[in-house]
Ligand binder design. Structure first.
Ligand SMILES: [Zn+2]
Length: 509
């Protein structure tokens, strides 16, 4: 690749790829010989597929280095797809999926053997909630601060800020939710005219106003909630109030570390504000770190400028990574993320930054979003629910032990999965992907990390060793620096040992 300019490579690409593939196919056929079984054929194809993935990633990084533009979906597919005569047949994909299924079953039995405690016994004793509340959680790697407001905090801030409710402005913020739902939720404002202050609402309407901050089960009207949170930001103590409430809750649920995605400008006031948040967290015995949140619907240039200035920031302080979020349907990972992540990976290779990479990639819109993010080199994936649809990409994630930030309540509420029981997190975990639990917008969603644990234990045949593994993953796959990670790892190991003592009545016989 390095002998050609990227532009020339793109032109020559079909020829280059055809030549390499023919050569590798021939070599593979010769090496296999006539006696190779279906497993060997699949493994050889996987090896060639993963070479393609690595080539595609290098190609993007080279593009970041020489400043050439983004590549199209067609070019990307050309880079990563094996030639027709060497591609996976439907039968081979099925065989691969069956192999993964067998690995999942084997991992489950093995996890049972390794478990210090019996979750079956905890379930039979109807103690799941108490058990989960007491479980040391390690870290939460997928948190949006503005989605953490619980009912108490919302009431406190509404009374303090007394914001104006403008029906039309709120409706304008609603994007992908059904407009009829949004109109119905805002109908109570109509009698008050175009704008009304919270204190002037009748008590029953104040209750309806408070409800706007939360995700009503069965509907998706989140933009109202986010719009309302923006009106409460008038309060100079907003961050302090919201984050104190969040950290207090996290501490009560035995959390040690939190990573928050937040839109962050690379300047001194931002860093001072973040240091202040980390100080507050410290009062609750929690370490707070931040990922620069980039909305995928922003202009690419805007996101790139931000990433570049964060790369140039000599000391990013408590900022540890970059996260791409927002509506996936209209901005797939390939389009919205390729240059951002290539830029970051390139800067990392050159030792210009230590910022790490994560991306929301559930597969809403394009089912290949999680695959594309992983192939691009994104280190951690938020949600990742559609990854299971592609056994080849799943196998790739399996071999890379890709970390997955799982948010069960959020995924169910936003219809990422048909039902809780069809959520793939446990299959991923059993395949060796480094899954950890988090809460996404826990206030808006009416959940907390203990409740997420209860859902995992109560609705799946999870084993204790697997629950423990998720807690360990939440530190191991965090973007904390090595010294902090080592300290947190020791702390969480001690927390878990004491926990297993406290719950020894459920020790496995
Ligand atoms: Zn999220």
């Amino acid at each position: 690749m390095s002998r050609f300019s990227r532009r020339a490579t793109l032109v020559l690409l079909p020829l280059v790829l055809a030549a390499t593939s023919q050569a590798t196919t021939q070599a593979a056929t010769q090496a296999r010989g006539p006696t190779s079984g279906p497993d060997e054929v699949i493994d050889a194809k996987l090896a060639r597929q993963f070479e393609r993935y690595a080539l595609a990633r290098d190609f993007l990084i080279q593009g970041a280095r020489d400043g050439s533009g983004a590549i199209s979906r067609g070019q990307w597919e050309l880079l990563i797809t094996l030639p027709e005569n060497d591609g996976f047949s439907a039968a081979e994909r099925e065989a691969l999926a069956a192999r993964q299924h067998a690995a999942i079953e084997a991992a489950r039995s093995e996890a049972r053997e390794r478990s210090a405690l019996s979750l079956d016994a905890v379930r039979e004793a109807a103690e799941v909630d108490a058990f989960c509340k007491d479980l040391p959680k390690g870290g939460m790697l997928h948190i949006h601060p503005s989605g953490t407001l619980d009912a108490e905090t919302v009431t406190l801030l509404l009374e303090k800020v007394n914001p104006v409710f403008e029906r039309r402005a709120l409706l304008e913020r609603v994007e992908d939710a059904p407009m009829s739902d949004a109109k119905q939720m805002l109908a109570f404002l109509e009698p008050y005219g175009p704008a009304v202050r919270y204190e002037n609402l009748a008590p029953e309407d104040q209750a309806k106003a408070r409800a706007l901050f939360f995700w009503p089960p069965g509907t998706t009207v989140p933009q109202i909630g986010f719009g309302m949170v923006a009106t409460l930001r008038d309060d100079s103590e907003f961050n302090e109030i919201v984050l104190r409430a969040f950290f207090a809750r996290a501490q009560a649920h035995r959390v040690r570390y939190v990573e928050m995605a937040k839109s962050l400008k690379p300047n001194r006031p931002t860093l001072e504000a973040l240091d202040r948040i980390d100080e507050i967290a410290d009062e609750y015995d929690i370490v707070a770190r931040f990922n620069v949140g980039l909305s995928r619907v922003n202009k690419e240039r805007k996101n790139l400028d931000k990433v570049e200035s964060w790369i140039e920031a000599r000391d990013p302080g408590p900022v540890v990574g970059v996260d791409l979020y927002g509506r996936e349907a209209s901005a797939p990972n390939l389009d919205a993320g390729q240059r951002i992540y290539a830029e970051l990976l390139d800067a990392r290779e050159l030792g210009r930054t230590r910022l790490r990479t994560t991306s929301h990639a559930a597969g809403l819109g394009e089912a290949d979003n999680p695959r594309d993010a992983i192939v691009m080199g994104v280190e951690r994936i938020g949600h990742g629910v559609t990854l299971r649809q592609d056994p080849v990409a799943l196998e790739y994630a399996r071999r890379r032990r890709t970390p997955i930030e799982t948010n069960l309540t959020s995924n169910v509420q936003l219809n990422y999965v048909d039902s809780l029981s069809s959520h793939p997190f446990l299959d991923y975990l059993r395949l060796g992907l480094r899954v950890s639990l988090s809460t996404d917008d826990e206030g808006m969603l009416g959940t907390n990390i203990s409740r997420e644990c209860s859902l995992a234990v109560g609705s799946f045949d999870l084993e204790y060793a697997e629950l423990r593994r998720m807690v360990e993953n939440s530190i191991e796959t965090s973007f904390a620096d090595e010294a902090l990670k080592a300290r947190l790892t020791r702390q969480v190991a001690d927390d878990l040992a004491a926990f297993e003592q406290r719950w020894s009545r459920f020790a496995r016989p």
